[in-house]
Ligand binder design. Structure first.
Ligand SMILES: NC(=O)c1ccc[n+]([C@@H]2O[C@H](COP(=O)([O-])OP(=O)(O)OC[C@H]3O[C@@H](n4cnc5c(N)ncnc54)[C@H](OP(=O)(O)O)[C@@H]3O)[C@@H](O)[C@H]2O)c1
Length: 286
């Protein structure tokens, strides 16, 4: 399977490196300074704060040449429109692995409905200069596999093939039949979380302010209550049913965890994160 990973930030770099190391035919599409850096030294990876940096020589491209069986798009929500335009004239399946609460319709309208697959990257990491510092594999990663699925929810040979391919690269993927509801549920949680982190000036500052955490939780509850379907995964329903005091304590602990410290929430590019939350909030409102 000939693959293109579109977007050479944290997770595009990480996934393309894993696929390349597993022997797959994969290229990574980059632009600007990141393109120049990747051409100089390839993808640089380190686990958490480790001083050990690994170099992976993934083939780098600056435009989608075509002939790909699968393109995996890993950009921010507000960056998707420009990517769609550049994929419109091409063929092959396109898996959107990102925060997205607008469903498959607007994606398919530009590139062709039959090409669209939805997913979400459950890995985490951040840029440290040119180095991608990714989260170590934890019990939570293993319990929360990376969901991918057909917009209509069917299990199809192409989804099964992509799941198998990702697993050969150590990416714990699984077929998710309710991908659209999964993404909306996640957006309901993430928009309130991202906004609160932004306003506080970082996850740890937010954790130190119980009133701000309570305000964030109420935002999550309002978002979830407005959804037309029950939360997916079902575990998110706990945000609506458990006592507020208990949830505030759990969320404060989560905000101080290494999961958040090694994620885009503690981002070196706050402007990109803010623009992404703006777009995601707009999709959620609709
Ligand atoms: N990082 C995490 O821990 C994490 C965890 C879970 C989910 N996510 C989600 O996963 C998605 C990807 O996250 P990420 O952290 O990998 O984002 P990121 O680090 O911001 O990477 C996005 C990359 O795509 C590039 N890009 C955007 N539009 C492009 C275009 N038209 N042509 C070429 N390159 C383009 C960006 O380049 P520029 O820098 O030049 O814009 C950037 O290098 C987001 O929705 C994010 O919220 C992230």
């Amino acid at each position: 399977m000939k693959m293109l990973v579109y977007g050479a930030g944290v997770l595009g770099s990480l996934f393309s490196a894993r696929l390349h190391e597993a022997g797959h035919d994969v290229s990574l599409l980059a632009r600007g300074d990141r393109l120049a850096a990747l051409r100089r030294h390839g993808v640089l990876l380190a686990e958490g704060d480790s001083p050990d940096v690994r170099r992976v020589a993934v083939p780098i491209v600056d435009h989608p040449a075509g002939g790909y069986d699968l393109t995996a798009v890993l950009v921010r929500t507000h960056q998707v429109d420009a990517v769609l335009e550049s994929l419109a004239g091409l063929e092959g399946d396109v898996l959107f692995l990102l925060n997205w609460a607008a469903g498959a319709e607007p994606l398919g309208a530009v590139i062709g409905h039959e090409r669209v697959l939805l997913g979400f990257p459950t890995a985490g990491g951040k840029m440290d200069g040119d180095v991608v510092r990714h989260r170590a594999s934890t019990l939570m990663n293993r319990l929360l596999p990376m969901p991918i699925g057909e917009p209509g929810g069917r299990s199809t040979p192409r989804v099964e093939r992509i799941v198998r391919t990702l697993r050969t690269a150590g990416i714990n993927a699984k077929n998710e039949p309710r991908m659209d509801a999964w993404l909306r549920t996640h957006a309901a949680f993430e928009v309130a979380l991202g906004r609160a982190v932004d306003e506080a000036g970082g996850p740890v500052v937010l954790a130190d302010d119980p009133d701000a955490v309570r305000h964030m939780l109420r935002g999550m509850r309002r978002n979830l209550a407005a959804m037309p379907t029950p939360p997916v995964p079902r575990g998110f329903a706990a945000l609506q049913t458990l006592p507020e005091g208990l949830l505030v304590a759990v969320l404060r602990r989560f905000l101080r965890s290494s999961t958040v410290a090694n994620s885009g929430l503690d981002s070196a590019t706050p402007a990109a994160a803010t623009a992404e939350y703006d777009k995601l909030a707009e999709q959620l409102r609709v």
